[in-house]
Design a protein around this ligand. Structure first.
Ligand code: C2O
Ligand code: CU
Ligand code: CU
Length: 599
């Protein structure tokens, strides 16, 4: 036991890079890391009774990738080999540093032997898959260099696109950014019968943004400002490669989008104004296709798109873009920092080449072949269980997920992530269906003050109630100093650590932030049953409101500033700890994560 604590402490000191500081002097979100490191458990081993249909050896390891012209880029990547199972179970993405695509089928029993070759703790989470708690990659299950964690689960999900990515608390942002991510495609009988475009006509599109320095290094060096707002890049990569161009035939394609960015939210639209036809979201196919002018895609979300190029002339070109929108970053900050920038949501990022909410291309499509033979879009896609309020265990008392955003304290229900800190309203009886309400506990102008009363005693912790009193002059004063002074210095002149810190100091006086948060719940997918925003946010909201798809099953939902979202989620089959968190990974690493204990 002594030995374990020593080892954990050493590990903690070393990734915090804070060896000289006394632990007691550190903010809560850093101390939480130590607690979690101490909670390390023995890695799961293979169980002799489990007879897999598919077995995969997987490792996380440093590597070199040729991403931009010039020097190669140091990355960290998942490499995998099929040990057992059908051909095509492990499919490399050509030329990509990302992990291979894993193709699984509903009902398969899967064993994955995951080995870490990293000098820091890691663990893999199968985002979207409904698996037992010990197979879910909970942060408490992190392993060390040289250790192997054996995952064994049955694929219970219906057809859909999911993600595998690391889940060590406080290191997730860094590891995801450096390259640890891959896609999982699950197929099932219902989907096969539709004969949707497949093979070369089904294309994974994993979107990420990255910053490269002059030596092509893709460093993850978040300032305090980056930790608060998210770590953004100024270059878009698709499937790990820059400037993607897709040569297509004049027929229908199935484009399978996954937002693998740490923090960036996209508003996807075709350059020529063609609406987007969506056939599926996070949890698989919709019942019927939906056509939208544009679609919002936040980190962790997936989108199944029917892209029909039939009838298009050879030589025609289209661009899939991220269209302009507002409201992702703190509004007041955006306005103030943006100055003459027209008050765009991207104001906060004015010093950056690719502001959040700006208009930029993601990839290009060129029609290089004509054909007259194209599949037709099915009118009916799938059927799935839809819950009503009559079936939930708590129709009058939704489980609160109160988002609070304060400097140094990105919290849920007033508390930062801490291992073994399950609160009464985080205990959920297994095999129940629950109503949950996600809201801004300090929701800016319009927000969730009323709703906040539902978070039982939630306001106690760090960054608690102070901002409320400061609403008037005090807050403005604090912001004026902090944001304009320290913050501007940080951003305007290239985001140095001291600038970022300066901003934090200024904000510490009790400023409220109101940002967009993609809230993700592990375990089974949920239904979004209602959304609503406070009056103060309507103008920004108008720029995104037609881009949400609430008719499908989701595991990540984008909650805009001032917005309140109600969801119904089943908690079936598996007991244990399942995290829920913001999928702006910097927020997650800052503590915007909690556990549900299903019991
Ligand atoms: Cu992709 Cu815990 O999440
Ligand atoms: Cu997940
Ligand atoms: Cu967030």
């Amino acid at each position: 036991m002594q030995n374990r604590i020593d080892r954990s402490r050493r590990r903690f000191m070393c990734h915090a890079g804070l060896g000289a500081l006394a632990v007691s002097a550190l903010p809560g979100w850093v101390r939480a890391m130590e607690m979690q490191a101490m909670a390390k458990l023995a890695p799961n081993r293979a169980s002799p009774g489990f007879n897999p249909d598919v077995e995969i050896d997987m490792a996380a390891q440093p590597g070199l990738a040729s991403i931009l012209p010039g020097p190669s880029t140091q990355v960290v990547q998942y490499v995998a080999q099929r040990v057992k199972g059908p051909d095509g179970t492990v499919a490399e993405l050509p030329g990509s540093y990302l992990g291979p695509l894993l193709r699984l089928h509903r009902g398969q029993k899967v064993r994955i032997n995951f080995r870490s070759k990293l000098a820091e703790p890691t663990i893999v989470h199968w985002h979207g898959l409904h698996v037992p708690a010990v197979m879910d990659g909970h942060p408490m299950h992190v392993i060390d260099n040289g250790e192997t964690y054996v995952y064994e689960f049955e694929v219970l999900n219906r057809a859909g696109l999911h993600i595998y990515h690391p889940h060590p608390h406080e290191l997730l942002g860094k590891q995801l950014y450096q390259g640890l991510a891959g896609g999982i495609i699950v197929n099932d009988e219902e989907e096969s019968k539709l004969e949707l475009p497949s093979g070369e006509y089904e294309i994974p599109i994993i979107i990420q943004d990255r910053r490269f320095d002059a030596q092509n290094r893709m460093a993850y060096v978040p300032t305090m400002h980056d930790r608060m707002m998210g770590y953004y890049g100024d270059r878009i990569l698709v499937n790990g490669r820059p400037e993607m161009a897709l040569d297509v035939a004049s027929r229908a394609y199935r484009l399978r989008f996954l937002n693998g960015s740490n923090a960036r939210i996209y508003k996807l639209g075709w350059s020529d104004g063609t609406p987007i036809t969506v056939i599926g979201v996070d949890g698989g196919l919709l019942e019927t296709p939906e056509t939208l002018p544009y679609v919002m895609l936040a980190p962790g979300e997936r989108l199944d798109v029917w892209a029909d190029f039939s009838g298009r002339a050879k030589g025609s070109e289209f661009t899939l873009r991220s269209l302009p929108f507002q409201g992702v970053l703190p509004k007041m900050a955006g306005r103030m920092m943006g100055g003459g920038m027209g008050g765009m949501g991207g104001g906060m990022m004015a010093g950056m080449a690719l502001p959040v909410g700006s208009d930029f291309p993601i990839f290009k499509v060129r029609v290089t072949r004509t054909t007259s033979d194209s599949p037709k879009l099915p009118g009916h896609l799938s059927s799935f269980k839809r819950y009503t309020l009559a079936e939930v265990a708590n129709p009058a008392k939704p489980i609160p997920i109160g988002i609070s955003e304060a400097p140094m304290a990105m919290l849920l229900n007033g508390r930062p992530y801490k291992f073994d800190d399950v609160q009464p309203n985080e205990r959920i009886p297994v095999d129940t269906v629950q109503l949950l309400e996600i809201f801004h506990a300090h929701g800016g102008e319009g927000g969730g003050h009323g709703a906040a009363t539902q978070s039982e005693g939630g306001h106690g912790g760090a960054g608690g109630d102070k901002p409320q009193g400061g609403m008037g002059g005090g807050m403005m004063g604090g912001m004026g100093h902090g944001m304009m002074g320290g913050g501007m210095g940080g951003m305007g002149h290239g985001g140095g650590q001291s600038g970022g810190m300066g901003m934090m100091g200024g904000m510490g006086g009790g400023m409220m932030l109101s940002m967009a948060h993609p809230i993700h719940l592990h375990g089974q997918q949920f239904q979004t049953i209602s959304r609503g925003i406070g009056a103060g946010e309507a103008e920004d909201y108008a720029t995104v409101k037609d881009g949400f798809i609430d008719s499908g099953l989701k595991d990540t939902v984008l909650v805009m500033p001032g917005e309140k979202v109600r969801i119904i989620k089943p908690f079936q089959d598996f007991k244990g700890l399942f995290v829920y968190h913001c999928h702006n990974i910097e927020h997650e690493d800052m503590g915007m994560m909690r556990d549900f204990l299903v019991e």
